[in-house]
Design a protein around this ligand. Structure first.
Ligand SMILES: *Cc1c(COP(=O)(O)O)cnc(C)c1O
Length: 481
């Protein structure tokens, strides 16, 4: 299957090459030239792993033996065999995406990506090793490290913003084991780290390095496609529980940063799944709310540090894919992305905005409202959610209140509350003392919710990665690896 760039200035490549390359040479993102033919009804008959296999094979047919890759990626790695359970809470349905090896939803994709990359490398007979460079706002880094650790022929280097991730997230990363991993803090915020990584890619393009660079961020199509599966899985769960009738439309509220998760939902809809509205939930960094409401995307604002750090993003890379999917116009996408780069904002044509608004609704939630939501959901339903999930919940509630749309609502839960114990303790009215481990213990003691095994085990793990560098030094750091 052929892929092309959203900016239309790069040669078409097959699906294995698209996974290997990550970012297209013209700076665009890869998408299939035509979406695959797909039977959504037969997909939802399947168990989770077979769903994943069916969806991945449809999008990435040039990567052989998908069934084996899916098994290697997922079997025995998640708390539950069905990977992503759906639980009904207070009138909504919570899709729990955080039951994987690092307790964040990124595990779903980053357990799979190393398998896809390794297989794509073999399919393309590529001999050079791959160096994965990733900037993280907190969760991608750990999930990628865990996914790629000790994978043959691949090394990984993760940059995170110094002081910009939660204590638990930092601890998860700096204690990472594995012979092929490097973790480094950068003085700056997430956008600085991400810009630094992009500059390294640009600087290395002309150099003849002994390795090929690649990325674990959701610009890689191999990172995006595995996320489509859980929309089908949630639909199936609601059917099985008798909560919906076959064919009935379901709304999804998605805590959003880089727009990868919610774009996977849009792709599920394009494959035929009866998805109603896709609700884009942001935190105080509400650039997407403004965009979806007005058609103007404007990154010229300060980045707020919030209690939901994985959504502290001003440039949502995957929005570019949506603009292409909805307009079909590579010249338009290239122009808008150039404007974003040079002047810091762009405005989409009215027709395109209208079409986006038919599919998406957007809202945002600040830290205070998020805390209120965590407290309310806990008090009324005995369900403990994290700060990111809280924004999804609050915005979903806001949507229902404002529109009266009563279609079933699935709220995607993207992290375990134990990744952000201080914020969650504060939210439910408990005082916060001590280090991150005292906080984990206290949260468990007052709620009775179990600490995920991987987080409980952190206490015993020494800090192995201590580098902190200025953002200007990122290239030197990588060249010295
Ligand atoms: C990454 C992340 C998000 C945002 O997902 P995108 O695909 O970047 O929109 C939301 N919540 C958590 C916990 C995350 O780790």
């Amino acid at each position: 299957m052929q892929y092309h760039s959203t900016r239309g200035q790069s040669p078409e490549v097959d699906s294995a090459q698209a996974v290997l390359t990550g970012l297209a040479p013209d700076g665009g993102l890869y998408l299939p030239c035509a979406l695959p033919a797909f039977s959504w009804r037969s997909c939802i008959q399947k168990n989770t792993l077979d769903m994943a296999q069916m969806i991945l094979s449809a999008f990435l047919p040039d990567i052989p033996d998908m069934q084996t890759l899916v098994e290697k990626a997922y079997v025995g790695k998640f708390e539950t065999e069905d990977l992503t359970p759906t639980v009904s809470v207070g009138g909504f349905h919570v899709l729990e995406l955080f039951r994987g090896p690092t307790s964040a939803f990124k595990d779903v994709a980053l357990s799979m990506l190393p398998q896809l990359l390794t297989a794509a490398k073999a399919a393309k007979n590529e001999k050079k090793d791959i160096l994965i460079l990733t900037a993280t706002s907190g969760d991608t880094g750990k999930a990628a490290l865990e996914g790629f650790k000790d994978v043959d022929g691949i090394r990984i280097c993760v940059f995170y913003p110094h002081g910009g991730v939660s204590d638990v997230q930092r601890r998860q990363m700096v204690s990472q084991e594995g012979e092929n991993v490097t973790v480094c803090a950068v003085r700056g915020n997430f956008d600085d780290a991400q810009t630094g990584v992009k500059e390294i890619f640009a600087a290395c393009r002309e150099k003849d390095l002994p390795v090929n660079l690649s990325s674990a961020n959701s610009i890689n199509i191999g990172r995006l496609v595995p996320q489509i599966t859980y929309y089908f899985k949630a639909y199936r769960d609601l059917l099985d529980a008798g909560r919906i009738q076959m064919g009935e439309e379901v709304n999804f509220s998605v805590p959003t940063g880089n727009f990868g998760d919610i774009l996977a939902g849009y792709l599920a809809k394009k494959l035929g799944l009866p998805v109603g509205k896709l609700i884009c939930a942001s935190n105080a960094n509400n650039v997407l709310t403004d965009f979806i409401r007005t058609g103007t995307y404007d990154r010229r604002r300060v980045l707020h540090k919030t209690d939901s750090p994985s959504m502290d993003i001003l440039v949502s890379s995957n929005l570019e894919r949506l603009l292409y999917l909805m307009s079909g116009d590579t010249a338009l996408v290239a122009r808008l992305m150039n404007e974003l780069n040079t002047q810091g904002y762009y405005q989409v044509p009215q027709q395109l905005l209208t079409e986006i608004q038919e599919q998406f609704w957007a809202g945002w939630c600040d830290d205070a409202k998020g805390a209120e939501t965590i407290a309310k959901v806990w008090r009324e339903n005995g369900y403990l959610c994290d700060t990111h999930t809280a924004s999804g919940w609050a915005v979903a509630q806001d949507y229902v209140n404002r529109t009266g749309d009563m279609r079933p609502m699935v709220v995607l839960s993207t992290a375990s509350p134990y990744k952000f114990p201080a914020a969650v303790l504060n939210a439910i009215g408990e005082t916060v003392n001590g280090d991150e481990f005292d906080q984990l213990d206290k949260l468990a003691a007052v709620t009775g919710v179990k600490i995920p095994k991987n987080l409980a085990a952190l206490r015993e793990k020494p800090e192995r990665h201590t580098a902190v560098i200025d953002k200007e030094k990122m290239l030197d750091f990588v060249l010295a690896l």
